[in-house]
Design a protein around this ligand. Structure first.
Ligand code: SAM
Length: 263
């Protein structure tokens, strides 16, 4: 087992994120944002792969609310998989959702296996997007869909990643290789997807991040300090402030990504 220092999501951080974003969620928006991503897509009977499942709250929703027949929920951090497995067992969904610890790199699945590949705010951790999108296309059945949310960047297509994003990325242990929506559309097409769409959620998140900043500096601060200690809580507050600045300036752009593997 890795020690807390080498994990991106140690238990203290998991508690802090859920205190802000809700039980089962390590990313913003809660069930409403999942509804916005899925936008009426019927998952009844579908076999789903969730890349970067975190603590698994979304996987329960995919089954309980949206009717997925089976979800394979993968993550690279063992403590997150343990959290997710506990959640699935408590919800009596262990037979319907399989949690799997994977290594970063190619997806360990055969071709043409899933009806839907889903991912919420996890792809930012995977630097080589072109290989990732190709691999996602490989594991999808013909006619299968990718529905994901990811953090993209604004600014000129040719410009380097803005400093504020480099700072935010560094705080979250990320290399700053954010792509623009246009670059992402083109990477998805190059990977062989059709009906590609990138929907910008910057306007929505401008309001959300204001609420999150008020939460972490106001009623949530004591909870945050109790979960992760004063020093780490101060770092988290700073991280939210940087994020708010980056979102307000339009350089950090949460986006929904869609693509279909040709039938
Ligand atoms: C911001 S969290 C989001 C978790 C969850 N999707 C949610 O929205 O609650 C990002 C997740 O991606 C996972 N992750 C990072 N690199 C990954 C990789 N190469 N493959 C799969 N998951 C990865 C992290 O461990 C973490 O659980």
């Amino acid at each position: 087992m890795k020690d807390e220092e080498t994990l991106h999501y140690p238990d203290s951080f998991i508690s802090a994120l859920q205190a802000i974003w809700g039980d089962g969620f390590l990313s913003p928006g809660g069930p409403e944002e999942i509804a916005a991503m899925l936008n009426g897509v019927d998952l009844t009977g579908l076999s789903v792969l969730d890349i970067g499942c975190g603590v698994g709250g979304i996987d329960c929703l995919l089954v309980e609310k949206y009717g997925a027949a089976h979800v394979t929920a993968i993550d690279v951090e063992p403590q997150l998989i343990e959290h997710a497995e506990r959640r699935f067992a408590q919800a009596e969904l262990s037979g319907t959702i399989t949690a799997e610890l994977v290594k970063p790199g190619p997806l360990p699945f055969a071709a043409d296996q899933f009806d839907l590949v889903f991912s919420k705010d996890a792809m930012l951790h995977i630097p080589d997007k072109q290989s990732l999108y190709k691999d996602v296309r490989r594991v999808l059945k013909p006619g299968g869909r990718l529905i994901a949310s990811d953090w993209l960047r604004g600014g000129d297509e040719d410009s380097t990643v803005p400093d504020i994003l480099v700072e935010w990325g560094a705080q979250n242990g990320l290399k700053a290789d954010f792509a623009t929506p246009l670059q992402t559309e083109s990477a998805l097409r190059n990977a062989g997807f059709q009906s590609v769409e990138v929907q910008d959620r910057n306007a929505w998140y401008r309001d959300e991040i204001k609420k999150e900043c008020l939460q972490v500096t106001g009623p949530g601060l004591q909870q945050l300090i109790a979960a992760i200690g004063m020093d780490n809580a101060e770092k988290r507050v700073r991280s939210y402030e940087i994020r708010r600045e980056a979102v307000d300036e339009g350089v950090l752009r949460p986006c929904h990504l869609y693509g279909t593997k040709p039938a």
